[in-house]
Ligand binder design. Structure first.
Ligand code: URP
Length: 388
């Protein structure tokens, strides 16, 4: 099967739904997704029409928690958006960015109309994922200031209009400190004010992911943003392969961790459904895995020292964004090929309910690991027992 054929598969979840008979499907849902009923959220006709006329998928799911006697439910709506670039990568930078803004505005509008409280976009959403090329010109020109860069300015008005917190993962240019470039997620609160930002902790050096040519590992630690709607954090893309990165956001109190990503079919698709889901289970919080969609073709050929022929494209970004709850139940994925908005109504009380049920926070033995890790990083002897 070549990569063109792979792109013909729109969604693995849909293949399952159409292939299995009633009882089989029920059992599949129970065993795989952790729930027989997917708890579909009814969406407004106007949103469905907006999606149809702008060629994006829209879906909604509910994650009800248990009713508690002493606490009211803390229900919020979170939204995640996946999208392709809008015009060819050989067009002027301004035009490319404007075209992306235009298409994404429709998805944000739908999220706003559906009452989404916290919305997250994909990694480096306002540009093509050009880091494969290792070219500085023109791609560095997409880098922008956190506080008043074009992406922040563009999203502020939506945040205010819809009373919505928006997470905007961008290529950051720190104009005040050495003009350095970072891979950063900006958190804009519902008043349109930048609450803060987080820089990607782990930078890939795999396949065509030549990001280390442009920026270093982030220096912002593991911030959790206490927003009006709940405590949120952002684990940017490749950080999802690092369980301790997920752990630290949990220890700092995150209730929802967003994982804005850009990853391609040949490399990671078999890992995609596992990692963010596993993190939700291990840390008793909600996770939102977001991937871009489509194939991005660049004007000049590039290689990445992996023996592959020089090529112009990054491969297929397979979308498939999904949400997992602390109990490990999850939504079906968005499409592998289409732009999409996935809305989840979640009860944040579920985080504590699952901590009480499974006791992972209580049993995690951090003190023991802290001691062992210190010894390890200090280069002291390993606990390796040799056969006699
Ligand atoms: N953007 C990014 O970090 N991608 C790396 C590839 C992967 O983690 O699947």
């Amino acid at each position: 099967m070549d990569s063109t054929e792979k792109q013909n598969i729109k969604s693995i979840d849909k293949i399952i739904v159409t292939s299995l008979k009633n009882e089989e499907l029920q059992e599949f849902n129970r065993i795989f997704y952790g729930r027989v009923d997917q708890h579909t959220l009814a969406l407004k006709d106007s949103s469905l029409k907006l999606a149809a006329s702008n060629h994006f998928e829209i879906s909604g799911y509910d994650f009800p928690g248990h009713t508690e006697e002493t606490r009211s439910p803390r229900k919020i709506r979170i939204g995640i958006i996946q999208h392709s670039i809008a015009i060819s990568t050989n067009k002027p930078i301004k035009q490319q960015r404007e075209a992306i803004f235009m298409k994404v505005s429709k998805l944000i509008e739908a999220a706003g109309e559906e009452g989404v409280n916290v919305l997250c976009l994909q990694e480096a959403w306002s540009m093509p994922f050009a880091f494969c090329t290792r070219e500085k010109i023109p791609w560095c020109e997409f880098a922008e200031n956190v506080t008043d860069g074009l992406s922040t300015q563009f999203l502020k008005s939506f945040a205010i209009k819809y009373n919505m917190v928006i997470i905007s993962p961008i290529l950051e240019r720190d104009e005040f400190r050495g003009d350095l470039i970072w891979n950063t997620a900006v958190v804009i609160n519902e008043k349109g004010i930048v609450m803060g930002s987080h820089r990607k902790n782990h930078i890939p050096r795999v396949g065509d992911f030549n990001e280390s040519t442009y920026y270093f590992e982030g220096n912002t630690g593991h911030p959790v943003f206490e927003t009006k709607y709940g405590r949120i954090a952002i684990n940017i893309c490749y950080g999802r392969h690092h369980p301790l990165n997920w752990l630290m956001f949990g220890l700092n109190g995150a209730e929802v961790v967003f994982n804005p990503s850009a990853t391609v079919s040949g490399l990671s698709e078999h890992l995609w459904a596992i990692e963010a889901r596993n993190a939700a289970i291990a840390n008793s919080y909600f996770t939102c895995a977001i991937n871009r969609v489509g194939t991005e073709i660049f004007p000049n050929e590039f290689t990445s020292g992996d023996g592959k022929q020089a090529h112009n494209d990054f491969g297929h970004f397979y979308g498939s964004s999904y949400v997992t709850a602390p109990d490990g139940t999850r939504t079906p994925s968005l499409s592998r090929t289409m732009d999409g908005l996935l809305i989840s109504q979640i009860d944040l009380n579920m985080c504590r309910q699952i901590k009480d049920k499974w006791g992972f926070a209580m049993t995690q033995r951090l003190d023991m690991y802290a001691r062992s890790l210190s010894k390890y990083v200090e280069g002291k002897e390993l606990q390796l027992v040799k056969d006699k």
